[in-house]
Every structure is written in C-alpha cells, then in structure tokens.
Design a protein around this ligand. Structure first.
Ligand code: APR
Length: 237
C-alpha cells in the first residue's frame, strides 16, 4: 500500500444500508415489486408525474430520520487526513457523506436535496415536497423535478470522474452491486490505468471478478478497518 497516492472511492446504496436507508436490489429493496422503469425514467415522469414525485418526496423526507454510519465517518476522516488525491464518487442521492464531513466528493446520480428545473435547467437546493408544485427560483415556472439522474440520462461530472480514474493508484468500491453503468465499468477503467482495485461489499457484486481483492462484510466494519490501514501506511511511507 506504500505506493498509493491517488485514491478514488466509489460508493453505492450499501454504504447507507446500516443507516437505515433501503438499497435497490436487495431483499425489501426500493425496486422490490416495482420495475425501475416505472419510476426512474424521463418517460415515467412524463406519464405518471405524481407517482415519480411522490417516490422521491418520500425518500427526501426519510433523510431527516437517519444519520451517517461508521463507514461514512471513516471515509470523511480519510478525506480530511489523506495527503494525496482523494475523490469519493457516490451513486447515492442521500446526503450522508456530506453530513459525516466528506468534502472531496461528488454525486454522479444527483441528489435528493436538489431540484432541477425542467424549464430552465437550474439546479437548486430543495428540501420540501415536489408534489406541491413549487416554483423555480430562477425562472418562476413550476416544472421542478427531482435532481436525480434517471435511467437513460447522462450521469453528472463524468469528465472529472474519468480524469480521477486515470490518475488513480487505487479504486475502492463500497456497497454497490455493479449492476448499473457507467459506474460498474469504473473498475476496468482503473485497472487499465494501472490502479489496484479493492471491493468492500456485503455480497460479491456483478463485477467482483474484475477486482484484485474483494472483502465481504458490512461497510461499517470493513471501511473503518481499511481507512485505518491506509492512514497507517501513509504515516510509515
Ligand atoms: N455493507 C456493505 N455492502 C452492503 C450492505 C452493507 N451493510 N448492505 C448491502 N450491501 C451491498 C449489497 O450486497 C449490494 O451489492 O450493497 C449493494 C447494493 O446494491 P444496489 O441495491 O444495486 O445499489 P447500487 O449498487 O447503489 O445501485 C446502483 O442503481 O437503481 C440505480 O441509480 C440507482 O445509484 C443506483 C444504482
């Protein structure tokens, strides 16, 4: 580990599971009994706006009842103390990384606490209910939608992510099933750039075979232990 300088950390719903937020594809997952394309697509927003807005209003409200867990806190601690480059790329739309204190991070699939105006494209902080038809602060139209990247839409900040992966010496993937691209392909991009790749997950993901190492267990146990190892190696280097 001594020659690790630049780290990319990819997180998915599994890192927030122990905070009480449901994952998508596990037992009693958010998608259980629903088809993803009946909610998380531009077509669904156009044909059943109330269903889509209510789905995200419920998830936005749930944020008030949960908090960061030991895995979020460990990553924030690493962010504050890691001397090299570090970028946390989360697929999650919750704010638990930020509430744990992470700074060097981005949401590639958008955020529950942000609204996107369908009329003018303005992104703005939002913590209410969209079903009430709030107006855009920039243009005044009431075409706000969840600032969530739907299936078929381009994730945010892909250039920044790809640059970080090309420069990375280590990619760590935490709590993601590897079911959705482009995030599921980051491990191949990192390996192509010569990085080590580590997976910390409750179960093997769809892409486990591409990782140099996979450790199975809960994020709240695996992530603090990994962060402790990384900082110890940085000190001894
Ligand atoms: N600790 C670590 N990993 C966990 C834990 C835990 N406590 N609980 C669950 N996991 C793992 C599961 O084993 C699974 O591999 O987290 C992963 C969750 O997978 P998904 O539910 O598919 O969530 P995610 O990979 O984040 O989904 C990716 O799909 O629906 C879209 O846009 C949505 O960002 C999401 C994307």
């Amino acid at each position: 580990m001594a020659d690790i300088e630049n780290i990319v950390v990819l997180t998915g719903a599994g890192i927030s599971a122990e905070s009480g937020l449901a994952t998508f594809r596990g037992p009693d997952g958010l998608w259980e009994g629903r088809r993803v394309d009946e909610i998380c697509t531009p077509e669904a927003l156009a044909t059943d706006r109330a269903l889509v807005l209510d789905f995200y209003d419920q998830r936005r409200r749930a944020l008030g009842g949960v908090g960061p867990n030991a895995a979020h806190r460990a990553l924030a601690f690493l962010d504050q103390h890691w001397p090299g480059e570090l970028l946390i790329v989360t697929q999650n739309v919750d704010d638990l990384h930020e509430r744990a204190g992470a700074k060097r991070m981005l949401h590639m699939h958008g955020e529950l606490l942000s609204a996107l105006c369908g009329a003018c494209g303005e992104r703005s902080r939002f913590d209410g209910d969209m079903i009430d038809g709030p107006r855009c602060a920039a243009c005044g139209r009431n075409e706000l939608r969840p600032d969530i990247v739907f299936f078929g839409e381009m994730p945010y900040e892909m250039e920044r992510i790809e640059h970080a992966l090309m420069e990375a010496n280590l990619l760590v993937s935490i709590g993601t099933s590897g079911a959705v691209y482009p995030a599921a392909g980051f491990v191949q991009m990192a390996r192509h750039a010569g990085a080590d790749t580590l997976e910390l997950n409750l179960d093997p993901s769809a892409g486990s075979v591409y990782f140099h190492e996979t450790r199975l267990g809960p994020a709240s146990v695996l992530v603090p232990a990994w962060v402790e190892d990384m900082l110890a190696s940085a000190v001894s280097a």
